[in-house]
Design a protein around this ligand. Structure first.
Ligand SMILES: C[S@@+](CC[C@H](N)C(=O)[O-])C[C@H]1O[C@@H](n2cnc3c(N)ncnc32)[C@H](O)[C@@H]1O
Length: 264
């Protein structure tokens, strides 16, 4: 079958995470899928094409702009796929049940009650259904955090260093993810991590790197009271990236199956 809705090749962040997700997802024609944190449709469009018109895919995202963007891409195509504006952390109790729940680059937005969010999602999984989530796990960009910390240390920035340390420690690990799935009682739990190198160049290109700026570097800025100081530190880091390279993200996949009741 020719794939008309492949994962976008030019996307160097969402697509590699979605590839890892698909490697663990058991897809079948006619499946009903809830895709959380669906953004502009990675991997919802791909999933919809694969389940076919006898299936159903619902992509949900908190951002109305993302939902509008996904709907604009969709137009009149794949009518069994819908995008809705909904908070994945608080699904309405009357919400339907799905064969599969997927969430590419989703877990980092489960803060602060991550376990409870996973538990809430599993309530909407049919018995025998599969949950597959991805996120950049603890260890992601460690070389960058070490470099930023070094630059802070040189300048004697104790408060900023403590904040950076707290930020790094707060990010969930693959093992924490395993703990959630096992505690909920999912079966055949598989936790996998796949490294991904993010190519960086010094100077402005680093400081305005679309991936790093859209999250990670903004988080570092929040470790500073003084935005001017943040600019100075990050400018120094951006000029000496020797110890940062290679910059590696960990693509973590959490997969588990809801227990099927035993037929008597
Ligand atoms: C990193 S993007 C991933 C989008 C898409 N799955 C992809 O792989 O490109 C994360 C998405 O989660 C959405 N999001 C954040 N918090 C959310 C929440 N509480 N409920 C639903 N979506 C949320 C954001 O609006 C954003 O579109």
């Amino acid at each position: 079958m020719t794939v008309r809705w492949p994962l976008p090749k030019q996307d160097y962040w969402s697509t590699p995470f979605a590839e890892a997700l698909l490697q663990h997802l058991d897809l079948f024609s006619g499946a009903t899928i809830l895709d959380i944190a669906s953004g502009h449709g990675i991997p919802a469009f791909y999933l919809a094409e694969q389940v076919g018109q006898t299936g159903r895919v619902l992509g949900i995202d908190l951002s109305a702009a993302q939902v509008a963007r996904a709907r604009a891409i969709q137009g009149e195509q794949l009518p069994w796929l819908r995008f809705e504006c909904l908070d994945m952390r608080a699904l309405p109790p009357e919400f339907t049940m799905f064969d599969r729940i997927t969430g590419n680059l989703s877990v980092m937005f489960f803060r602060p009650y991550r376990f409870e969010v996973v538990q809430g999602l599993v309530e909407h999984l049919k018995p025998g259904g599969q949950l597959v989530l991805t996120f950049p796990s603890l260890g992601t960009f460690d070389s960058l955090w070490r470099r930023v910390d070094q630059e802070m240390a040189v300048r004697g920035l104790l408060t900023e260093r403590r904040r950076l340390e707290a930020y790094i420690a707060e990010r969930p690990s693959a093992e924490e993810g395993r703990g959630w799935l096992e505690r909920i009682g999912l079966e055949r739990v598989v936790i996998a991590e796949y490294p991904l190198e993010v190519v960086i160049s010094p100077g402005r290109e680093f400081l305005y790197h679309p991936l790093l700026r859209g999250g990670f570097l903004d988080d570092v800025d929040e470790c500073f009271e003084d935005p001017h100081l943040a600019d100075l530190v990050m400018a120094a880091v951006s000029e000496d990236l020797t110890s940062v390279q290679p910059l590696i993200a960990q693509r973590c996949v959490l997969s588990g199956w809801k227990t099927q009741p035993v037929k008597i």
